[in-house]
Design a protein around this ligand. Structure first.
Ligand code: ATP
Ligand code: MG
Length: 256
């Protein structure tokens, strides 16, 4: 993995003019995610987390500041298939089957891969949806739809992965399983990963560091390093050091 797959936000601001007062969703946010690192972003609802991801994906333009993804502009990186994304809502195409939804980035970006069928079958197994290849999104539960979105985010073998609360609709047990899977995927792929989550435990388990945001205006409050050894096994959730880190993040969320 070269240094070229890092994510860099430099003094990024984005405000929205609403019906009432305008909202400063991002207020001079700077963040440097080195190549291959895993960063979790946590913060109160409405603090600008999804806006940060949208800007980094080139889906929204900042009012000020610059963003680079793997040394490219966000839209160049997205067009090149360097970025993968799973949104907060699964955002599936309702008329496409599970396997066709997973294949969507390849179709949209016109990426031919000889192992396409194998890749998609492997991703379907990975997210536990074997047997649902031909199902339509309307026939799936919310958690299953989210798992399709996770599989889709990985189909281009992205070097940079953006995940916006991908496990929000999953029950606690499945969520833990997916956390463990995601750690494995991250280790194997070496993808620079930026995960937005409301789960403090998920952030501590997965991340090298946790970015705690504050709202109105959306800013980075603190960045907390997670020095837990890797690979992290499930029993780490119960360790004293894990709880100490959770408490530190909870404190930072409360402005301490
Ligand atoms: N397209 C838009 N038009 C107007 N306001 C917007 C738009 N997108 C975001 N906002 C505002 O920007 C702020 C940040 O929104 P954002 O979606 O980034 O929050 P978030 O941190 O992802 O919240 P959540 O945890 O609830 O998903 C909110 O106040 C929201 O109302
Ligand atoms: Mg959001």
């Amino acid at each position: 993995m070269t240094e070229a797959s890092g994510i860099r936000l430099d003094d990024v601001s984005r405000s929205f003019a609403g019906r009432g007062a305008s909202v400063q969703a991002l207020d001079h946010v700077s963040l440097d995610c080195p190549a291959g690192s895993f960063t979790a972003v946590i913060g109160p609802s409405g603090c600008g987390k999804s806006t940060m991801l949208r800007v980094a994906l080139g889906l929204d333009a900042p009012d000020g500041g610059t963003v680079s993804v793997a040394g490219l502009t966000p839209s160049q990186a997205a067009r090149a298939g360097i970025t993968g994304v799973a949104f907060q809502d699964a955002a599936l195409m309702p008329w496409r089957t599970v396997e066709a939804n997973i294949a969507l980035p390849l179709d949209v970006l016109d990426i031919a891969r000889r192992d396409k069928a194998d890749k998609i079958a492997g991703l379907i197994r990975l997210v536990g949806l074997a047997g649902f290849e031909k199902a339509l999104p309307g026939e799936l539960s919310g958690g299953m739809r989210q798992r399709v979105a996770i599989a889709r985010s990985l189909v281009t073998d992205p070097r940079v992965l953006f995940l916006d609360e991908p496990f929000g609709a999953l029950d606690q047990i499945l969520r833990r399983q997916m956390n463990i899977e995601l750690q494995r995927i991250w280790v194997e792929s070496g993808a620079t990963t930026l995960l937005v989550t409301h789960g403090i435990d998920e952030a501590v388990f997965l991340a090298d560091r946790v970015v705690v945001m504050q709202s109105r205006p959306g800013r980075i409050g603190r960045i907390i390093d997670i020095p837990l050894q890797r690979p992290r096994r499930p029993d780490i959730f119960a360790s004293a050091e894990f709880h100490r880190l959770e408490d530190e993040i909870a404190g930072a969320l409360n402005g301490h």
